[in-house]
Design a binder for this molecule. Structure first.
Ligand code: HSE
Length: 432
């Protein structure tokens, strides 16, 4: 028998209008599959006069999102407004009013997830957020449900399409960062203010959500090492290529043997043979390794109207199922298996280090001596012949070392008179 569930949309931008459009397009199919007819009762927008990306009846539109919450015929609210403070207040009120909540707001969840899920648990309402991480890829459902029988050994993700597009163009066309960013903006991939895309924080918000879900405690943003792709040059891409690697903005989430969790987002050298090295353009991918399932890979579009609304529609079906058969822990469940983030300084990896040095006898020995004195071993060295005046690039790859120790050594190197440019230090991931 058909059940009708009223929903309210807060926000009618790219994603909100996509949800409406695709609900009209596939509503009958969704109803056949779930037994639920979703009826959009109200759509809250900032400005009624603003041109709409998708047609919808005028009478649905209102300007106060609180009226969605006050409407007794609405049982599920979908928050797609953007920003943090206002949607946080809205979600709090919706939970207190007993409405199920769907949101795509990664920054909000990364910063306030703990509070939101504690309140949701107390009030026994469901909060779903598939669209917050990797757009159309159903990675939240996979980590939360499909892998419930696994301990997570690691999750590695390419979680920002814009930076992946930029790095792909730098690799394929030899572009430097700025022209590649310009292309991404022209094609509408990068946000008008692309800061969060390129400084690593958009991917970090998604990594925080995945890490929290996988390890059962809410990860503090301050515990996450976040580095952007702005300092990577076309030459770094070429040096990495020569060494057998690609540079990708990788979110690394892993547990060590003491069950401490490392969460890092940084431009990282990954072997060309690893499957993530072939994820190009605006695509996202997430590689999950569980102790039972082994290696898995999820691939797809991490942004855009249709992929993101596909995730919201999946959440709608989940939210309806939870309303029809209420259950505990809808969205996020804490557990006591883990509970500590590893300090970034203690995380261990191999490194790529690019220096600009004076081209004179003894310089290489001085660099090697400084690293040796710090207990850091050299794996390989590239020192191309210089054809210009000034410094020459010296590229080293370095054995496993704690990040804090490596940063101190890089700072010591930077202070040497023979080192002429700021060192670039990148992680290398072997996926072992
Ligand atoms: N701007 C993001 C990206 C999508 O480029 O992947 C939204 O998080």
């Amino acid at each position: 028998m058909k059940t009708e569930i009223g929903i309210g949309l807060a926000g009618f931008g790219t994603v909100g209008s996509g949800v409406y459009k695709n609900l009209i397009r596939n509503g009958a199919l969704i109803e056949e599959r779930t037994g639920v007819a979703f009826a959009v009762r109200r759509i809250a927008v900032k400005d009624l006069a603003e041109p709409r990306k998708v047609d919808a009846p005028d009478e649905l539109f209102i300007t106060s999102p609180d009226d969605l919450i006050a409407d007794p015929s609405i049982r599920i609210v979908i928050e797609l407004m953007g920003g943090i403070e206002f949607p946080l207040k809205f979600i709090r009120k919706a939970i207190l009013a007993g409405k199920s909540v769907i949101t795509a707001n990664k920054a909000l969840l990364a910063e306030h997830g703990k509070e939101i899920f504690e309140l949701a648990k107390e009030k026994n309402v469901a909060v779903f957020y598939e669209a917050a991480v990797a757009g159309g890829i159903p990675i939240i459902k996979a980590v939360r449900e499909a892998f419930v029988g696994n301990r997570f050994e690691s999750i590695h993700g390419i979680l920002n399409g814009t930076s992946n597009y930029i790095l792909t163009r730098m690799t394929d066309a030899g572009l430097d960062f700025s022209p590649a960013l310009g292309e991404a903006q022209k094609l509408g991939y990068a946000e008008a203010d692309p800061a969060l895309d390129v400084n690593g924080w958009d991917a970090a918000h998604k990594a925080i959500i995945l890490a929290s879900l996988a390890y059962g405690f809410w990860v503090e943003p301050s515990k996450v090492l976040v580095e952007g792709i702005e300092k990577v040059t076309a030459s770094d891409i070429r040096f990495a290529d020569e060494l057998g690697y690609r540079i990708k903005l990788i979110a690394t989430i892993k547990a060590d043997d003491k069950d401490e969790i490392e969460v890092r987002v940084a431009p990282t050298l990954i072997p060309k043979s690893h499957v993530l090295a072939s994820v190009n353009g605006v695509f996202n991918a997430v590689a999950v390794r569980g102790d039972v399932v082994g290696e898995t890979l999820f691939y797809g579009r991490g942004a855009g109207q249709d992929p993101t609304s596909s995730a919201v529609l999946g959440d709608l079906a989940e939210a309806a199922a939870a309303l029809i058969s209420p259950r505990e822990s809808c969205g996020f469940a804490t557990h006591d298996l883990y509970g500590e983030c590893k300090p970034a300084a203690d995380s261990i990896s191999k490194y790529y280090l690019r220096l600009g040095v004076e081209d004179r006898p003894g310089v290489l020995a001085q660099i090697a001596g400084t690293l040796g004195g710090a207990g850091i071993g050299i794996l390989s060295v590239i020192q191309p012949e210089s054809h210009t005046e000034g410094s020459v690039p010296l590229v080293l790859t370095l054995h496993d070392a704690p990040y804090g120790k490596m940063q101190t050594a890089a700072a010591t190197l930077a202070s040497l008179p023979c080192v002429k440019t700021e060192p670039l230090l990148l992680h290398m991931e072997s996926f072992s």
